[in-house]
Structures are given as structure tokens and as C-alpha cells.
Design a protein around this ligand. Sequence first.
Ligand SMILES: C[S@@+](CC[C@H](N)C(=O)[O-])C[C@H]1O[C@@H](n2cnc3c(N)ncnc32)[C@H](O)[C@@H]1O
Length: 412
Amino acid sequence: MNLDAVTDLLERRIGLDPASLGPTVLPAAVADRMRALGLADPAAYAGRLAGWPEEFDALVERLIVPETSFFRGGGLFDELARRVAASLPVLGGRPFRALSLPCSTGEEPYSLAIALLEAGLDPQSWVIDGIDLSPRLVEAARRGAYREFAFRQTKRELRDRYFLPVADAWELGPPVRGLVRFRVGNVLDAALAAAPSEGYDLVLCRNLLIYLTAAARRQALATLERLLMPGGLLAVGHAEPQILAGRPFRRCEEAQYFLFRNDPSAAPPSTLPRTRADAKPGVAVVPRPAKSRKATPRPEPVPLTSAPAEGPLARARRLADDGRLEDALAECRKGLEHGGASADAYCLLGVIQQARGDESAAAEAFRKALYLAPNHGEALAHAMLLSARRGDLGHAAALRERLARLGAGGKP
Ligand SMILES: C[S@@+](CC[C@H](N)C(=O)[O-])C[C@H]1O[C@@H](n2cnc3c(N)ncnc32)[C@H](O)[C@@H]1O
């Protein structure tokens, strides 16, 4: 069966690279649709597909991969909550704006909303949009009812706190319902890039780029870059960092999360794959001019950690970036021993300990950082979220107040 015309239409309209689905998925889906329509000729089917929007949508529904789950990506959502908390004091009173594109059935944007609520952040201080190509999936996201399987990466207490059991599903409870605005949209639609008057501080675009053709990836990334504020964050899926090579993004410090900061001045080499796991042979690195969107003046978000460019602390941060947490820990300790105790060093130590899963040691490191520099914004944000996570809500609230009082500073 010659499917060139079908493939061409899918690529042009939604950017789908049918090869990314494997060799059998497209032929099987087309055969099904042809049977349903009583057609025997693939050329006739291609004509129907081009002229009938309903048929195009029906085929797309057969091809999209809706795979998602709550809190997919390990500690990413805690990390994002930490970053949102650290950014709020410098946003001048406006809300933090986040977009999940594609949002599928809503698990990703709702996870972000739950993480922000868990961090004690006032829902008035952030907005979250969710966009997906599929009207069916967007409708399911609005309904907010999920099977047990959707919680396979979710702590049970979070599910129990935010969802109500109904028949064979879990329904999103009132505190989160309504905190995400959903709509249907195609990442390749030019109107999407032009739509919002203000950019987003965070875009989650995970597990979409891998399914797109090279041309569609470029177009999608151009749209994402226009949607993002300068300095905004982009989260991609674990197989997608290399797709950002040559684009104006700089990978954030935490190597285990696939999180990038939009940096129009980033030189192409800084966006090259950082770890061997990220690198894929045969991926072209196409340098490209910085984005054209005019930078709206606003303070830079508070960086998560800071360390000098050279010396053990800088090495520790680079090692942590590469996921070599034990080496990073050793180097950071060396920095503390030889360079003297500093709030920055203890803050970095806390971040590394937390990434290693040692929350007690992380809390102790943040405590030391704040002893040395009580107004250290980064350490305050980390300590606050860690306290909330460990259930010490009183301490978390006190730290949040201190962070809020800091205003636009964030550093001692
Ligand atoms: C694998 S899911 C990813 C969901 C979520 N981001 C995650 O990682 O858990 C891929 C989603 O991309 C959506 N999609 C595919 N092509 C799209 C396009 N051109 N524009 C917007 N969404 C698209 C599909 O409908 C599907 O819901």
C-alpha cells in the first residue's frame, strides 16, 4: 500500500513522522479507516483525508500517543515548585505563567498544580495552561477522572489528598479542579505562537518532539521560543535534549531533569548534549540566530544555585550536571574544606545531597547556609520546599515568609 500522500498530509498538518511510531502503526490505522469507510484504494482514501476534516481527525486519533502519568519524571515537579517559589519574589506581583504543551489527558499540568499547592504557593500567584492537539484528550483532561494506572509514579498520599474515589476511578477534587485552563491547539499552528500577549515563564513540552519530523521540530521549537519569556524554562522529555542542540537554550544545573533555560545569547556549543546518555549519533547541529521576540525588561529569576566559574565548587556543579553525584559531593566537600565555609557552598551541598536522596543531610546543609547568610534566597527556597516535603509545615511557612520579605533581592 503506497501511503506517501497520507504521510505527506500528516507531516504538513501536524508534523507527525509516521516512522517514529514503528513500521506497522500507520498502515494498520489506514487499513482500519479504509475498512470503516468502505474504501479499497489508498489514493481514494488520501483524497478523503485531504478534503474531510473529520476523517483527518479520526486518523489522527488512531495515531497519537497519549501516554502520560501523574508526576512523570521523578522529582521534576518538586524541582519546578522550587524554581517557581524562587521566581515569585522577582515577578513584580504578576503571576508565574506555565504551559503544558502537549498536555494529553491533563496529568502533567495537574501534577504541576499539585506540586505548587504542596509547596504552599498561593494559587493566585500562578496560572497554568494545558494545550493538546486532540479534542478527545482535552475533554478527558477537563473531566479529570483517572484510573489507578495514572498514579503509577505518584505518592499514594498525594493521590488520596487531591482525588476522590468514584466507581473504578479517581476524580480530581475541588482544590485542583479549575486551576488549569485547557484548550485544543496544534503546536504547528501559526496562530498558537501569535496568541498570548505575554510569554510563559515555563513550558513543559515533553514527549512530543520525538514524534515530529525534523522540519516540524524546527517549527515547533520556533513557536516554543516565541511563547517563552527570555530566561524562561523549557522542560523536555528524556529522549529530547539533543533536539535542542543549536537552539538558544542552556541546560539547568540539575542533570537528572531535562530542564533548559531560554537564553537568547546562548552560544550553540552550550546547548550541545551534556551527557553521554543525551548524545545520539546522526543528529545535526544547526546553529540558528537568536530569537526575534523583543525582550520584555524584567528581573532575572533567582538562579537555583550559584558557584564561581573555577575551583572545586564550579567542578562540583559541573559533576552534578553530568549526574556524577558522588564525585560532585566529594568535590563540594573539598571546596568547603579548602575554600572555607560559605553559604553558596552549603547551598550547593544541599542540592547535591537532595539529588542523592539524603534529605536529612540536605536539610542540614541548607540550615548551615542560612546560618551563614540568613537572607540567602536560594537556600531559603530549597529549605522551604524540603520542609514542606518532609511535612514540617510550620517551618516551611516561616521560611516562605522570610523568602517573601526578601523581595527582588534573593541573595545576601
Ligand atoms: C506522549 S503524550 C505527552 C504528554 C505529556 N507531555 C507527557 O510527557 O506526559 C504526546 C501528546 O502530544 C499530542 N500531540 C501530538 N501532535 C501534536 C501537535 N502537533 N500539537 C499539539 N499536540 C500534539 C498528542 O495528542 C499526545 O497527547
